[in-house]
Design a protein around this ligand. Sequence first.
Ligand code: CP3
Length: 341
Amino acid sequence: MQVKNDLLLRTVKGEKVERPPVWLMRQAGRILPQYRAVRNSLNGFIALVKNPELVAEVTIQPVDELGVDAAILFSDILVIPEAMGLPYELVEKKGPYFPKVIQSKSDIEALTTEVNPQLDYVFGGIDKTLEKLEGRVPLIGFSGAPFTLFCYMIEGSGSKTFSKAKRFLYQEPELSHQLLQKITTAIIQYTNEKVNRGVHLIQIFDSWAGVLDEQSYREFCIPYLREIVQSLKPRVPVTLFSKGAWFALHDIQRVGADVIGLDWNISPSQARDLLGREQVVQGNLDPCMLYADDQMIENATIKMIQEFGRNHIVNLGHGVYPDTPLDKVKTFVNCVKSFRY
Ligand code: CP3
């Protein structure tokens, strides 16, 4: 179906657009009272993720409420480890928890890469969302990156340092590569089926890239990211968001994704010096800026847009925090929507 608001897709192609498109990572979530109502009617987050009807509903909520230029499919990156054989739980106020983790070669061998049969609920959610969205805005599909999923599969939960996952990386580099390759194979199967179902863009979240150093990033992330991007790129545009990996931006650019996601640890002008003005980038306002007053939010947003120049998709530098007041999110979105280059 033809997309009515195709600002995001035109920007991705490098076209000269009237203003930058805007959406927010984690826009479908707890900032919206409508989301909290749906969520509270169910027994937990995973029940919501596995219900295609409700997935469509909460995916579209921010399009209705905020008027953003894209929808992102409501799901989680942890559906892949589960489909490979490691179920997760979401502990209220604490985050993800894996009762079983990867510790040995036999644990890795026991994982399957045939994930799509277990992920039918995600693909059903795409069908339902596209049906209800009626082509208003593009639909973004996503996956965690191999290293970020590796972190959860070894560590078993969130962490500030992911030192257990990194210990495995440095003590067992060969097994680590074996696991990263299996995760990559699963991601390729999963994301390509998302494309078959009709998503307009795929974003890869490498949320914990920033715990690595440059050399490890080159060894344990780049080759797998390249494999994923190459498998998708002929079919659909790809955004690569490696949070905290500003030290590897040149390598990331050479992976060849259409869009590079940026967090707020790099300034727009530094990013432009490294990547050039033609590279389409996405980001990067500090999510905490949305706690400021309206005037300050608008000033920071316009400064960012002007500093990046064209070939820019406005977003925060990471997911919007759940306690962000909804009217501040609207201030941010409306400020971008009334801007003209
Ligand atoms: O962006 C969107 O609006 C789409 C939905 C989305 C969710 N998770 C919903 C969610 C996306 C794109 C994700 C990706 C995700 N999940 C990432 C990568 C992006 C990032 O933030 O770096 C990561 C690392 C995860 C893992 C994860 N899932 C964590 C750490 C948590 C708990 C933290 C929290 O916010 O509570 C989740 C749960 C989760 N995923 C929630 C939502 C809306 C909160 C669950 C709830 O409703 O209680």
